[in-house]
Design a protein around this ligand. Structure first.
Ligand SMILES: Cc1cc2nc3c(=O)[nH]c(=O)nc-3n(C[C@H](O)[C@H](O)[C@H](O)COP(=O)(O)OP(=O)(O)OC[C@H]3O[C@@H](n4cnc5c(N)ncnc54)[C@H](O)[C@@H]3O)c2cc1C
Ligand code: SF4
Length: 325
């Protein structure tokens, strides 16, 4: 049985208290929300904070406010179940509710939060193993070792960004609000993720994610299609988020974002170029899907044969765009 290491558990009641604790304790501390990612990582000794600070009792992080007309603010500690079941999110942002519903199982969604999902650790077959297994291969670059077993000559870690909500938030242009003892900072979801499996977030460890701001639903539509082995529950090994805005019959803005194939979400700019200025018809969709296929370069560090996952980038882009016709 894998046991948690010893740690101190803190339960601040306000944002100011939470950011003060992490500011005082420093790099030995880490925030926890539902713990569905952090605690298994601690059991496997991949992350070993000495102080764990719960963000579940901060009232501002537990609310959903607004509507599609003005934009919606979702607190970072709102559970995935509440995101799935919220009436306004289902009505005005069905793509967000749908992507959240594809995450793991109902039990995990009762614990896991939207904030934890957006800040999820990256994944790799050589990393998502217990301590003894990883010791057996002399560890790897991401934790305790000095070689990457996926690309042996590489000085970079290729562990995969595997959240279902990340490509959706990037595609629809959500903004994330952070707090620390230095004040507040708002970043575009697209700017948060870094193409490195170790330094996968452009955020300081002492920054608390407070909320996620969804833009007003001003004439855009979006879809999300997820590839996984088991339909009942599994991480995405490819996720395609498609976003389209129309002026009349013509596409005026578009984004295709792939998740689950690289350390950060991959925006397919060439696909957007093919779509913008044209009607959303089968010819344009085929060109966009081909662009996604060309740009997708999944690696051999997660489920399925990676060459097949590359082929699926074309198929899933076709499906995501056809849903929006
Ligand atoms: C069996 C299993 C299946 C899963 N399947 C999927 C899946 O299909 N799709 C998917 O996307 N994910 C999946 N997950 C991953 C994960 O459980 C979910 O993404 C969940 O939403 C994580 O949320 P959490 O609140 O539990 O995060 P936590 O474990 O509490 O935190 C995750 C990370 O975020 C940080 N953090 C959390 N909240 C904040 C905050 N407010 N400010 C700053 N830092 C913060 C923590 O320090 C930690 O680094 C799965 C996990 C398991 C165990
Ligand atoms: S990609 Fe390489 S360095 Fe990163 S977790 Fe996998 S084996 Fe380790």
């Amino acid at each position: 049985m894998m046991r948690l290491p010893k740690f101190e558990y803190r339960t601040p009641q306000t944002i100011a208290e939470a950011v003060k604790i992490i500011g005082d304790v420093g790099p030995e501390a880490q925030f926890v929300a539902g713990g569905t990612d952090l605690y298994p990582n601690m059991k496997r000794r991949q992350q070993t904070p000495k102080t764990v600070i719960s963000v579940m009792r901060l009232p501002e992080l537990n609310q959903i406010i607004g509507d599609g007309r003005h934009g919606v603010r979702i607190g970072a500690s709102v559970t995935l179940t509440d995101v799935c079941e919220n009436e306004i999110i289902n009505r005005d942002y069905p793509v967000v509710a749908h992507a959240a519903k594809t995450i793991s199982t109902p039990i995990l969604r009762n614990m896991g939060t939207i904030g934890g999902n957006l800040l999820l650790d990256t994944r790799c077959n050589y990393y998502d193993q217990n301590f003894e297994w990883r010791k057996g291969i002399n560890f790897c670059l991401k934790k305790d070792g000095d070689v990457c077993w996926v690309a042996v000559g590489s000085s970079k870690c290729w562990a995969v960004q595997s959240s279902d909500l990340v490509p959706v938030m990037v595609a629809i242009g959500a903004k994330l609000r952070f707090a620390s003892t230095l004040g507040e900072r708002v970043v575009d979801a697209a700017g948060l993720y870094n193409d490195d499996g170790i330094e996968y977030l452009r955020k300081r460890p002492d920054e608390l994610l407070v909320s996620i701001d969804l833009p007003s639903t001003n004439g855009w539509r979006a879809s999300y299609h997820k590839l996984r082995r088991r339909g009942a529950f599994d991480f995405p090994v490819l996720g395609v988020a498609a976003y389209i805005k129309n002026e009349g019959d013509i596409v005026s803005d578009a984004k295709i974002v792939l998740g689950g194939i690289a350390p950060s979400p991959v925006e397919i700019k060439e696909a957007a170029t093919a779509l913008v200025g044209n009607a959303l018809n089968e010819d344009q969709i085929q060109i966009a899907a081909e662009a996604a296929y060309v740009k997708a370069r999944p690696l051999d560090n997660t489920d399925f044969v990676y060459q097949w996952r590359k082929q699926m980038a074309r198929q899933y882009t076709l499906r995501a765009l056809r849903e929006l016709v």
